[in-house]
Design a protein around this ligand. Structure first.
Ligand code: SAH
Ligand code: SF4
Length: 349
C-alpha cells in the first residue's frame, strides 16, 4: 500500500464502497504523516479502517539497528517482510537545526548483481529487487523515527546510493520518485533526488527521456577499460565508450550536469589515472566527486593519503574540470553501503 498512488487508492476505495476522500486521507496518512499503523489514522472511523485493512496491506519496516555517527550521519538496518535486510542512511541530520538539508540514502535492491570488487553489497551477490513500497518505506520510516524526537522533521533530498543498482530496478525506482515527489506526500523536489548508477547504458538514455529532472550520478571510478573492468564487472558489457556516449546523450536531452563519482584507492589515485580521466571527460558537462574508498573487509582496497587525493584533484582542475572531494561521512559507523548488513549477517552465522 505504501507503493500506491492516490488514484490507485481511489480505485480501491471505490471498489469496496468507500468515499473517494477516504483515499486522499489515506494517502496523506501514509505518504505525508508517515504513520505505521491503521490505528494512527485518526480521522478515519474504526469501521472504515477495518474494511481498508482487509483490502490493503500496510507493512512498515522493522528497525533492527540504528547507529549514529559523530558527524550527524545515522545508519539504519531494516528488516523486510520476508526476513531480508537492507540499509538506509540519513545524512546531515543535526538536532541544532543549523542545517536545513536532510538527505536520505535509499537502497533499491537486496544485494546487487553488478558485483563491484570494492563494495560490500557487491560481495554478497543479488537477492531480489525492492518493491515500490519498500523503497518509499525507507524514507517514510526514517521520517517516522526522527519525528518521534523532532516532530517538524522533513527529508529534503534523496540519493539512490544505498544497496543495489537502481537502474536494474528501473520501474520501481521511477514510481518511487513519483510518490516521494507527490504534493500530498513528502513533496521532495525532483531536482533534489539523484540516481546513482554503475553504468547501465540503455537505462541512462531511457531515464533522460522518462524523467529529465531527476539528477544522475555515474560511478566512473576509472577512465580506462582495463582498470574499470576489474572494479565494475558490468564495464565488460557496457564499456567506457558506450557509457560516455550515453552520458553525452543524457546531457543533450536533459541539459543537466552529471556527477561522476570516483572512488580513490591507494592504487588508482595516481597522476596518470587523473590525466586519463581528464581526457575522458573533456567536453562532457559534468562534475567529479572524489571519494576515498571505504575499506571493506575482504576487498583488499585501501585509502590513499590525503595528499594524493589533493594532487589528483589538481590535475582535473588544471584541465578545467569541476571537482569536489566528498568529505567522508559516517566512517565511524561503517557507512559504506552493505557494511552494516554484512556485519549483522556475520553475527547471525
Ligand atoms: N549501484 C549504484 C548505487 C549504489 S552504490 C552505483 O554503483 O552507483 C553508491 C556509490 O557508493 C557508488 O558510487 C559506489 O561506487 C560507491 N561505493 C560502494 N562501495 C564503496 C566503498 N567501499 N567505498 C567508496 N565508495 C563505495
Ligand atoms: Fe552494486 Fe553499486 Fe555496489 Fe557496484 S557499487 S556492487 S553497482 S551497489
Amino acid at each position: 500500500m505504501r507503493g500506491c498512488l492516490e488514484d490507485e487508492l481511489m480505485e480501491i476505495c471505490q471498489k469496496i464502497g468507500l468515499k473517494r476522500f477516504r483515499a486522499i486521507q489515506l494517502f496523506q496518512w501514509v505518504q505525508q504523516k508517515a504513520v505505521r499503523s491503521w490505528d494512527d489514522m485518526k480521522n478515519i472511523g474504526k469501521n472504515d479502517r477495518q474494511t481498508l485493512s482487509t483490502h490493503l496491506h500496510l507493512y512498515a519496516l522493522e528497525k533492527l539497528r540504528e547507529q549514529s555517527s559523530k558527524d550527524g550521519t545515522r545508519k539504519y538496518l531494516f528488516r523486510l517482510e520476508d526476513g531480508e535486510t537492507i540499509e538506509c542512511v540519513l545524512m546531515d541530520y543535526s538536532r541544532a537545526r543549523s542545517r536545513d538539508r536532510h538527505t536520505v540514502c535509499v537502497s533499491t535492491q537486496v544485494g546487487c548483481s553488478v558485483g563491484c570488487t570494492f563494495c560490500a553489497t557487491g560481495l554478497e551477490g543479488f537477492r531480489r529487487n525492492l518493491s515500490i513500497g519498500e523503497i518509499v518505506g525507507q524514507v517514510l520510516d526514517i521520517t517516522h523515527y526522527v519525528r518521534q524526537s523532532d516532530p517538524e522533521f522533513m527529508v529534503t533530498n534523496i540519493v539512490f546510493m544505498g544497496m543495489g543498482e537502481p537502474l536494474l530496478n528501473y520501474d520501481q525506482v521511477l514510481k518511487s520518485i513519483q510518490l516521494l515527489n507527490h504534493g500530498q506526500g513528502l513533496n521532495i523536489g525532483m531536482r533534489r533526488m539523484t540516481i546513482s548508477t554503475s553504468g547501465v547504458v540503455p537505462k541512462i538514455i531511457q531515464l533522460a527521456k522518462d524523467n529529465p529532472q531527476v539528477g544522475l550520478a555515474v560511478s566512473l571510478h576509472a577512465a580506462r577499460d582495463e582498470i574499470r573492468n576489474n572494479l565494475i564487472p558490468m564495464n565488460r558489457r557496457y564499456p567506457l565508450n558506450q557509457l560516455m556516449g550515453a552520458c553525452q546523450e543524457y546531457t543533450h536531452i536533459t541539459h543537466r550536469r552529471i556527477t561522476f563519482e570516483v572512488a580513490l584507492t591507494a592504487e588508482n589515485a595516481r597522476q596518470e589515472e587523473a590525466e586519463a580521466l581528464a581526457q575522458l571527460l573533456k567536453g562532457q558537462f559534468g562534475h567529479v566527486n572524489l571519494i576515498p574508498v571505504n575499506p571493506v573487509a575482504g576487498t583488499g582496497m585501501e585509502r590513499p593519503e590525503q595528499e594524493k587525493i589533493k594532487r589528483f584533484a589538481q590535475v582535473l582542475e588544471g584541465a578545467g574540470i569541476s571537482v569536489s572531494s566528498r568529505e567522508e561521512r559516517g566512517t565511524d559507523i561503517d557507512a559504506a553501503c552493505g557494511q552494516l548488513r554484512r556485519q549483522w549477517e556475520g553475527e547471525l552465522k
